[in-house]
Design a protein around this ligand. Structure first.
Ligand code: ATP
Length: 203
């Protein structure tokens, strides 16, 4: 089975595209959604977060978002500390989940992939590219936030051009090229590559 990463800047269209892969029958691990879940279910992680940021990090078993956001919002070192706790737990959950799947390939969707080192366990990475002005407008519309808030979120991710150069495949989601044919082409390619991998390994 092939393990495929799907990444791209904020608002590039990762979730939209992973939805198409899902429809084609390929399971998707949404790392950002899972990370939020793990923060409320992984006892070891909860204990480490409380030890590092204080008991107030949780109220009635739920993450105290305003409290934690206030701590990490304008303090990159604290954000790094929180990420250093959450990312390894999410990566471990993703690896376990991927190993349990039976399809020719699986998708792991994550906004931060090269940044967290989680690529090391993947066979290939697909980048989703959209011009910055399009991404800004999409996120403003989707999340009802202003341009400055989007730019702040973007500043925490590595440069889009560098990110795309690190990817093995790139999907253009610039609203000029059709998305579905691009995804179908990759789907066929991954199935092919998965069978090749299987026959090379003698399985
Ligand atoms: P984030 O990193 O913030 O989670 P994302 O990369 O997952 O974002 P999406 O949520 O898939 O991006 O897309 C952002 C917004 O843009 C959504 O509201 C989505 O419906 C819209 N969008 C994405 N691609 C297209 C497209 N090709 N045409 C029109 N709207 C699109």
């Amino acid at each position: 089975m092939l393990k495929i990463g799907l990444t791209g800047g904020i608002g590039s269209g990762k979730t939209t595209i992973s939805g198409i892969f899902r429809v084609l029958g390929s399971p998707v691990f949404d790392a950002d959604r899972e990370a939020k879940l793990i923060m409320e279910t992984d006892a070891g992680l909860i204990s480490n977060i409380k030890k590092t940021f204080g008991e107030e990090s949780y109220t009635n078993g739920k993450v105290n978002k305003p409290y934690l956001a206030n701590i990490v919002f304008n303090n990159p070192a604290k954000l790094d500390t929180l990420n250093a706790l959450v990312h390894p737990a999410t990566i471990a959950a993703a690896n376990k989940w991927m190993n349990d799947q039976q399809t020719p390939y699986v998708i792991k969707e994550a906004a931060l992939m090269f940044e967290t080192g989680s690529v090391s366990n993947l066979d290939y990475v697909v980048g989703v590219h959209a011009p910055q002005h399009v991404r800004i407008q999409r996120v403003m519309d989707r999340d009802n936030i202003d341009r400055e808030q989007v730019l702040l979120r973007m500043s925490r991710q590595i440069d889009e051009i560098i990110k795309m150069k690190l990817c093995d495949f790139v999907i253009s989601n610039n609203e000029q090229q059709l998305l579905i044919p691009q995804v179908l082409q990759l789907h066929a390619r991954f199935i092919d590559m998965s069978f090749q991998k299987k026959s090379n390994s003698g399985a």
